[in-house]
Design a binder for this molecule. Sequence first.
Ligand SMILES: [Zn+2]
Length: 139
Amino acid sequence: MLLRPNYQKFAVEVRDSRIDGQGAFAAEAIPPRLKIGEIRGESIGVAEARIRATRSERIMIVEVSSRKAIDFSRSADPMRFTNHSCRPNARLCLRQGRVEFYALCAIASGEEITVDYGETHHEGRLACRCGAPGCRGAL
Ligand SMILES: [Zn+2]
């Protein structure tokens, strides 16, 4: 068993995802509403974040306020691989420069953890492949 930081409340493993690239999968059952874990990364300004976002294919940046963003590219936290779904089983909560994840419903062991990204740097140009009924079709 891998050691995990105390802010990672439930075991999550990174595996290939049928949605996109790699994803974060529950490695144990997660009850509804509980905190799953969080990602911590490099705190940067929003201007710098937007420059970095144009340079990388796989964007791992979240804007946490109108001035601050966090770049997770070099983070080791498994939740950074969480994919978007139009019908997610978890939600993001931005708190004091950190990104926390909470279960929206019971998540079974082995299930992929997904969140609704909301607005992204892709501005609707990236096709959504979440496959959920009612998928918006784009990010
Ligand atoms: Zn979708």
